[in-house]
Every structure is written in C-alpha cells, then in structure tokens.
Design a protein around this ligand. Sequence first.
Ligand code: UGA
Length: 426
Amino acid sequence: MSEVVIVGLGYVGLSAAVGFASLGHKVVGIDIDENRILDLIDGEVSFFEPELQALLTKESEAGSIQFSRSYDVLSKIHNPIVFICTPTPEASNGRQDLSYIRSAIESVIQHSQNLGVLVIKSTVSVGTTAQLESDYKQLGLSLVSNPEFLSEGTAMHDFLNPSRIVVGSTDQNASKLVLELYSGIDAPKVLCGLESAETIKYASNSMLAVKLSFVNEIASLCESTGANASDVFFGMSLDSRIGERFLNPGPGWGGSCFPKDTRELANTARQLGIQMPTLEGAIESNSRRSEQVTSRIQSLLGGNLFGKTIAILGLAFKANTSDLRDSPAMKVADALLAKGAVVRAYDPVASLPDHSKIQWAQSALEACDGAEALLVMTEWEEFADLSPTELSRVMLDDSVVYDTRGVLRAREWETVFHRFLSVGKK
Ligand code: UGA
C-alpha cells in the first residue's frame, strides 16, 4: 500500500483520489478551494458525477481518504506519490496557463520532507513535463507523466476500467512506483518517454474530435440527400476498423477537454512549423456546428426569432454531467437570445450560470409551455420517454421540434408534430 497525494480535486483529481482509495491505497486530497474541501470533509461531491458520491462515502467511512486545504499535511507523509491534477486553462494569449501547476509543485516541494514521486496527471502540452523537470532540476526530481483518459459521466468506471495506463518518464524506478499503484487493474500498460505520454493524450482526444467533426459533416450531408444517418453510421460501424463508438452526430463537440486540447495541439504544431490541416479543419468544422443549429431553427420559424419562445431540453455539454463548459446548448441558447428569442430551458442536473437570460424550467413540460419550437440539445435518457402528445398540447399550433441528438423516438414524434426534424435526417 502506497501513500498517494492528489493535488487539485476537480473531475480528474477527485475521481483519481477516490479511485486510488478503492484500489486499496491511503489517499490525501489537497485543494486550495476552501468550500470544495469543506464539502468533501462533509462527504459531499460538489458536482454531478454518477457513482462518485457513493464511492467517496464508502472510502471516507473506511478511513482510506482524507482531505485538506493546507499543504502542511505533506510533512507527515513519508515518501508520498504526489499527483498534480490542477487545471490547465487557456491563457489570454491562447496558450496553456501553467501557473496552477507551477504553484502546486512549488507548494508540494516546500512542504514535503521526503517526496517520493511527482506525477503530472493534468493535461499539459507536449514538452511541458520535461521543461518542469528541468526547471526544478536542483531538487533532483524526476517527473512522471500519467495522463488520464476518463470521461465525465463515466469517470469512476473509466478510472477503474481504463482502456490503457500510460506512464511516461526517464526514471524507471519512478515509473515502476506509479505503475504499482494500478496493479489492481487489468489494462494494457504503455511505458514511454515524457513527450510520448503527453502526445498520446492530445492525439487521442484530437483523433476523437476529428472523427466527430466528420460524423457531423456526414450527418449534414444525409439531411440534404435523404440518406438516414442512423442507417449510415450503423453500416459504417460494422467495419471494425471504424468501430461503433463516437459515431453519434450532434450539435458539435464541447466540454472541458476536446475544444481546449485540439486548440492546444494545433498551437503546438503551428509553433513548430508543422501543418495539421486535418485537425485545423475539424476545429473549424465544429465551430460552425452550433450556428447551423441556430440558422436551421431560425429558417423554420420564418426567419425572425424576435419574441418567439424556444424550449431547450438539455444544457450540459453531454448527458450524465452537470458541466456547461463549452456546451453547444449554451452557444445555441445565447445565439437565439441575441436574435431576440425567449429561451426557456430544462436540464435534469445542470443549473443556469448566474445572470443568465435563459428562463429556467423545472420540467420538459414547463419548458415547452407556449413554445413555438423545441430543441433537444443533450442526449439525456429521460428525454427518450417524453410524450409528444403531452408536449404538443402545451406548445403553440404548428410548432417545430428539432432533435439535434437523435434521442427522441422519431416515428412517434413525426405522427404528432408535422414539423419534426432529427439530426442526420431530411
Ligand atoms: C474526453 C475524452 O473522451 C476522454 O477520454 C478524456 O479523458 C477527456 O476528454 C479528458 O481529456 O479529460 P469528455 O470531455 O468527458 O471526455 O467527453 P466525451 O464523452 O469524450 O464527449 C466529448 C464531446 O463529444 C461531447 O460534446 C459529446 O456530446 C460529443 N460526442 C461524443 C458526440 O457528439 N457524439 C459521440 O458519439 C460522442
């Protein structure tokens, strides 16, 4: 059993903290956000993530996980393996802001008597870990890069059942210690250099984003040709080289990772004078996606949205999360508001940001009351069970339904709404 310290308790850090505790390690989580730590000490997760709350409660009761706002706890831990999981937001110059990572590393160094291994789990651009290692060279520290591949909404499942564990380092002993932490997990292990580990992370997210941009373009093509996108993607998915996952067209990819990571990889390439037109094209294609949704609804409503009420179902960037970061639903809502529409939204778990002009509804039925159009923006399972008959009774006559995720049962909806559109269908 090793002592693990996790610095930064967002999605990645908290899932890793709880995951390592459930793998049998003693874990201490540190975060400078006092409210977050107070919530965690009370056993509460401050964001929606299925399974995380139950596992946190279990591990807290078993005494295998503790939380602290202060780095002082480090002085009492012998040879901890410290994971840096702090955010890497985009700075105003468009590049990665490493200040949270640097400040976390400096605090760790200052408070540790005998640091075991320092691991970077935050997503950092290629070359960063080697640069950090060189910046703190006088301490004789070898850093390890151990990128995380979990997705929001399935974070605990993904942490405990990863597709692979990637450990990059120049120090074999440090790699071995990190790998041993995962010995309870049966997954392929990739041991490589720092730059390779960092690149695996960016290239994986970027490849998925490229795939989705292409999927969305094919869906648009189907909308014009009369091909049915569901049949097309099913037919494609039977080729195991293409695979069946990440073939669902939607209103564009969003969230805290794909947009930021694709831009960062493109920036890195540009700085090195390497051309990546495929990646640049995927970013560009995605940036048009929410505009396409907005203009489609605008033209269906006769070109003028002023004073028209539009119901939006789902604000989160995808189902099973409350996260609104880079959410296509928020982009579309803002664009509709800017054109003078009244936007009323419902989401099963997300809540509106302060000062939002979007009206909040407690249910799908309330969101649709008096609406002229209904937009489904997030693929929450509960939306599949909505009754078109019930919603049509509260909506205006001849209203429009546009399912940007293909989650509604099209056959039922088409019989009730004469103007029903689903992504990838004419
Ligand atoms: C993504 C990666 O999938 C994880 O492997 C990675 O660890 C994580 O980023 C990260 O870097 O931390 P996440 O952002 O949680 O995970 O969400 P995804 O499930 O990948 O979805 C990203 C976007 O693609 C969402 O907007 C989603 O709606 C969209 N998407 C996904 C589709 O439109 N269609 C699909 O078939 C799949």
